[in-house]
Design a protein around this ligand. Sequence first.
Ligand code: ZN
Length: 111
Amino acid sequence: MTMWKCEVCGLIYEGPEPPEKCPKCGAPREKFRKLSDEEEKLVNRSRFSNYLHMEAYTLLQELLEVAEKGIQDNLDPGCYKIFVEEKEFALMTMQKIKAELETHMKKQKWG
Ligand SMILES: [Zn+2]
C-alpha cells in the first residue's frame, strides 16, 4: 500500500491516493507527500520494534505502580531495597525507551 505523509502534522496515510484532507490536522490533499520506496521500507521495518517498545513501556508503568506500593508497604529493609531498585529500573528504562523512540522519529523509523 502506498504511503503518504502529511507535511503539516506528520500523519502517515496508507492508500492508493492521499485523502481529501488530513484526518488529523485537516490539511488539504496537496500537503501530502508520497514516501519513497526506501522511506516506506524504513517505516514498515521499524513498526514491530516500535510496537514492542510501547508494550514494554506499558509493562514498566505497571512495575512502577507495584514498586511504589511495595515501598509504601515497607515490610522490612530487604523488601524495601528491592522495590526501590525496581522503581529505579522502571524509571530509567522508560527514559531509555523514550529516547530511542525519539531517535526513530528523527531517522524516519516511525509512522
Ligand atoms: Zn496532518
